[in-house]
Design a protein around this ligand. Sequence first.
Ligand code: URA
Length: 210
Amino acid sequence: MTDHLTVVDHPLVQHKLSLMREEGTSTAVFRQLLREISQLLAYEVTRNLPMTTKRITTPMQEMDAPVLAGRKLALVSILRAGNGLLDGMLELIPSARVGFVGLYRDEETLQPVQYYFKVPTELQDRLVIAVDPMLATGNSSVAAIDLLKQAGATDIRFLCLLAAPEGVARMKEAHPDVPIVTAALDSHLNDKGYIVPGLGDAGDRMFGTK
Ligand code: URA
């Protein structure tokens, strides 16, 4: 993956995203759409994974069949909204290892503070896909990727549903080696750090909280 930003413009992704954006969409439908869209995004973010071949026998003959190379990849959910992308991706990549990064924003310094960090072993040998639906200011994404790099990850991709130009720029500055895959690049952030037009608070919408 060479481009820093990939916007997945597939019609199914765009249609589902529009349904998710609508404020009248229920929690149940929102969650189901997120699961479906996460699988389409997973397809895109794994498009150029390294391959090798394995000798197998079909009912007809032997062949060298293509299989994924290397260690199982790691999906890392940035809590809590990342879990909404994780479930669908795990259906598509069931053998993936899974990690979690929990960050909250210190109300005084406005900086992200880590409260949970648990990731698979041998991170340095795995492709790591960090997932968070909303790339807004980029502060928590940058901090999560800092932590993943400190834990040894060298090959990281970032998957989100919506990105703001501010967050993309911040990520490019801090982590130019981490490609971003998203379903849409929206207009801007409002003064509360929400993406516009966006879809509101992704965590609240998927978990039915307020
Ligand atoms: N997080 C959200 O859930 N929504 C936004 O618009 C920005 C950050």
